[in-house]
Ligand binder design. Structure first.
Ligand code: FNR
Length: 360
């Protein structure tokens, strides 16, 4: 059952893609253009750090799969692409491994193909502390993601309907594993209130996992025979909205959900994300064109991100989070309703220290 579900998720996620220029919530974020960028490309470092972790690049391949023969091959190829580009990678949920240890290799391939890379294990919020440790051990993981997905569980025919145990269990897992725990949503977003709860539970970082990309309500509706929950498709807060909601919360945030290209990565970093993940955008390339194409895509994204940062005068991801951005449309309405002052993002450069140095 679990391995068929994993294959279904890949198939339905790929069917869901609508490549094209359609409006994304990220399009409600634009940079103020300052024509004198003031830095050179060699000045730019993509390195980022949070929760005691250091990454050479602020981009990662987010949790997807494992547990069946087919998804094991996908994990092998994702791991090769991660290794070739130095991009961090997360495993899909490892519940299948707890139920049937014979599928271990479909997950551990993430480490065997990528021995020196950053690899995150992934469990759900009901995993025992012992299973969470087994997941970390199997991958020799550098961090543990706990995914939270109440909407997906609700629509999933065989899904969980009891969520009360999640909060205390996240705290137990965070205290019981020796690597940093990162809690992630799967595409419906983390509110400020959720982030504050996670911070108090001892979680070290959170991936806001917002709306705008892969929609797991739609995926699970595609797996139902009986009455469906079509009306839940599009539920939740967009990734950009979550990042704005997170301002001032003393928990490092990562961003994923609907990231389409390097400009979306730059936008998320500008809104304070320490790293930016994508799943479907990379899965589609891998399935349609193969692992070499995925390596080329990741390389291009990193190259273009560095180019955008140069153009924007940001030598580091942290400096990018001090560039001026404008918030438009529905995102601006969200900010108004949640009491978030959008004006504070529009004139940050003027208050930053002026770069000094050689004449240009
Ligand atoms: C996912 N995602 C996911 N997340 C998770 O924490 N555990 C999992 O097992 C899975 N499985 C999974 C399978 C497939 C095929 C996809 C496409 C995605 C969710 C993923 O990590 C991410 O949060 C969402 O896909 C939103 O990002 P994108 O796809 O819009 O970039």
């Amino acid at each position: 059952m679990t391995s068929r579900r994993k294959d279904d998720h890949v198939r339905l996620a790929l069917e869901q893609q609508h490549p094209g220029p359609g409006h994304s919530p990220f399009d409600d974020v634009s940079f103020v253009h300052h024509a004198l960028a003031g830095i050179d490309r060699p000045d730019v470092s993509l390195a980022t750090a949070f929760a005691g972790l250091s990454w050479q690049v602020p981009l990662y391949i987010n949790a997807m799969t494992g547990g069946s023969e087919k998804t094991g091959r996908i994990n092998r190829d994702l791991a090769i692409a991660a290794r070739e580009t130095g991009v961090p990678i997360a495993s899909g949920s490892m519940s299948a491994y707890f139920k049937d240890p014979s599928c271990a290799a479909t997950f551990s391939v993430l480490r065997t193909e990528n021995p020196a890379g950053f690899v995150a294990a992934n469990v759900n919020a009901t995993a025992s502390v012992e299973d969470a440790r087994r997941a970390v051990d199997l991958l020799e993981a550098n961090a543990l993601q706990i995914h939270i997905n109440t909407v997906q569980e609700t629509v999933m025919p065989e899904g969980d309907r009891s969520f009360a145990a999640w909060v205390p269990q996240i705290g137990r897992i965070a205290a019981g594993v020796h690597v940093p725990v990162i809690v992630k949503e799967v595409g419906f977003g983390l509110s400020r209130e959720s982030l504050l709860t996670l911070r108090d539970l001892g979680v070290r970082a959170a991936d806001v996992g917002g709306r705008g990309g892969t929609d797991f309500a739609r995926i699970e509706n595609g797996r139902r025979d009986g009455p469906d929950y079509t009306f839940l498709e599009g539920w939740g807060q967009s990734t950009a909205a979550c990042l704005l909601d997170a301002q001032g919360v003393d928990l490092p945030v990562l961003a994923s959900g609907g990231v389409r290209h390097p400009l979306d990565v730059a936008r998320a970093l500008a809104l304070g994300a320490r790293g930016v993940g994508a799943s479907a955008a990379f899965l589609r390339t891998l399935i349609d064109q193969g692992v070499e194409a995925l390596v080329a895509q990741l390389t291009t994204w990193l190259d273009q991100l560095a180019a955008l940062m140069t153009m924007l005068g940001a030598a580091t991801p942290a400096q990018l989070a001090r560039r001026d951005v404008l918030i438009h449309g529905a995102l601006r309405e969200f900010c108004a309703d949640r009491g978030i002052d959008t004006a504070r993002f529009t004139s940050r450069v003027a208050t930053a220290p002026t770069p000094t140095g050689g004449s240009r």
